[in-house]
Design a protein around this ligand. Structure first.
Ligand code: SAM
Length: 315
């Protein structure tokens, strides 16, 4: 039926994401030694795509590291909603940044099963999951890593599974939706955002997605996703950074910060890093690049003790 056809198409967005992330890492835009382990056939993407995935990786990395640094020495939780084949756990673990963190990854069971199979047959990944790992239905868990299959639209089930795997409501928690809730309807994605604010006392909800859908570039992207069978579902309701911010305030969060990728690139990427990026491959589409960056945003919603982070995360 059309519903499961749409779910399959949405799961397919992971394959596209991971290949593009891998392309920009192979070229040296961003260092990640683990992404390639999840990609069967690496492909080199066009420079504009590589840059888009580069700035996305930098922005998410900045937020995750700001959170982990602020809570250094304190037990924390990271919950990657719709994690796909993303490798943040393996990268941060290998950098020694997850000493006190339990890292949860949730996605459709079909996706987590595939990821779990890949981890089980890869010694390097398996070692980072930890020696005391065990296979569960559609996933793999260890004391520091929990890969769990669940549909985010059924958040009662999600809550049960997370509780079963030891999630703690009072532990400082970062929830990440990197190009994920945008594929869910307004009602289901708002339910997830509200569920998170009601469940965790000290939390930050980090969302990376598109904004400003109706001008030239936005309209082209809208069309592109529609054709793929994965329309962006929330974008007409929450078009601007301001409406995104208001969305989280309405759903139980205390403070919200949002930045588009132009602002992030200008304010948080040092000059030497910009020069390094310029030297990686021939690139002359600067106008398109800035246009694209103005259509992608990170929104961080805070509550409890994480509110103090809001002051520093995007100066
Ligand atoms: N977050 C990863 C990243 O940035 O590399 C993957 C992004 S991919 C574009 C979107 C992911 O969200 C897919 O893996 C998809 O299966 C997952 N997803 C979308 N809707 C979901 C739902 N209702 N339940 C579980 N996972 C979902």
């Amino acid at each position: 039926n059309s519903k499961s056809r749409n779910d399959t198409a949405v799961q397919g967005t992971n394959d596209n994401s991971i290949v593009s992330k891998c392309s920009m890492c192979m070229l040296g835009y961003f260092q990640d030694d683990f992404l390639g382990r999840f990609v069967a056939k690496p492909v080199r993407r066009a420079p504009l795509i590589n840059r888009g995935y580069y700035i996305r990786a930098k922005a998410i990395d900045h937020v995750l590291k700001s959170f982990l640094t602020a809570y250094q020495g304190i037990k924390t939780q990271l919950v990657s909603l719709g994690a796909g084949f993303d490798s943040a756990y393996f990268r941060l673990k290998s950098e020694g940044l997850l000493e006190n963190t339990v890292f949860y990854e949730v996605d459709f069971p079909e996706v987590t099963k595939r990821k779990s199979d890949m981890i089980q047959t890869d010694e390097v990944l398996l070692k980072l999951v930890g020696e005391d790992s065990r296979i569960v239905e559609n996933g793999i868990v260890s004391p520091s890593y929990k890969l769990i299959g669940a549909d985010l639209r059924k958040f009662n089930m999600l809550q049960c599974l997370l509780e079963h795997h030891g999630i703690h409501p009072d532990c400082p928690t970062l929830l990440l939706s990197e190009c994920v809730i945008t594929y869910m309807g307004v009602k289901s994605s708002n339910a997830v955002i509200r569920w998170a604010s009601e469940t965790f006392s000290h939390a930050v909800f980090v969302t990376y997605e598109q904004v400003y859908p109706n001008d030239g570039f936005g309209a082209v992207m809208q069309n592109h996703f529609k054709k793929l069978g994965t329309p962006l579902m929330n974008i007409q309701r929450y078009r601007t950074l301001e409406s995104q911010q208001q969305r989280y305030l309405d759903l139980g969060w205390t403070t919200v910060r949002a930045t588009d990728m132009n602002h992030f690139f200008t304010t948080l990427i040092p000059r030497e890093e910009k020069l390094r990026v310029d030297s990686i491959e021939v690139f002359d589409e600067f106008e398109e690049w800035h246009l694209k960056c103005s259509h992608y945003a990170v929104v961080c919603a805070f509550k409890g003790s994480t509110v103090s982070l809001s002051e520093t995360i995007f100066p």
